[in-house]
Design a protein around this ligand. Structure first.
Ligand code: FEO
Length: 168
């Protein structure tokens, strides 16, 4: 059974994961509006993954005899001028999620909760992958240097991203 502190921080993390899904959906809608359907598609897939991330924690809390407390999801903001701004914003967002996963990890160690410490390991590794994937897209957009043909090539490549469901 998880203690109240662990229960609370995990519930907060569920909120952050579902907020992330909103965030990526908002970005997908903005990009689709601009005709950048491949960039939008990548964000739609990311939104689905974020829901998985939230649901895995949801199930972990219930399986640990904890209580689910679902908080309000704040509206996402992204006043980005161009696709580089968008992906730099996404990168900063994922860094903030990594930081909150680190907070869960540290609390699980402070509370000697080895089950949660083991559980959160998957998220630590997932954040490494997520930050790397976004940093790679940022690099490629920078390399394109505003060239529309090059950006459309990246758009085409991102349109091929496939959703790999994380089981929960
Ligand atoms: Fe669930 Fe993008 O971190």
């Amino acid at each position: 059974m998880i203690n109240e502190k662990i229960q609370n921080i995990l519930n907060e993390q569920i909120n952050k994961e579902f907020f992330s899904a909103y965030f990526y959906l908002m970005i997908a809608a903005n990009l689709e509006d601009k005709g950048l359907n491949g960039f939008a598609h990548w964000n739609r897939i990311q939104a689905q993954e974020e829901i998985d991330h939230g649901m895995i924690i949801f199930n972990y809390i219930l399986n640990s005899d904890g209580k689910i407390i679902l908080g309000e999801i704040k509206p996402p903001q992204c006043d980005c001028e161009n696709v580089l701004d968008v992906f730099e914003h996404i990168y900063r967002h994922e860094k903030s999620i990594t930081s909150s996963i680190n907070d869960v990890t540290i609390l699980s160690m402070d509370e000697c909760d080895l089950a949660t410490r083991t559980f959160i390991e998957w998220y630590i590794n997932e954040q490494v992958e997520e930050e790397h994937a976004v940093a790679d897209i940022v690099k490629r957009i920078k390399f394109a240097n505003g060239d529309k043909a090059a950006l459309l090539q990246i758009d085409r490549e991102l349109s091929k991203r496939e959703y790999k469901r994380h089981e929960y």
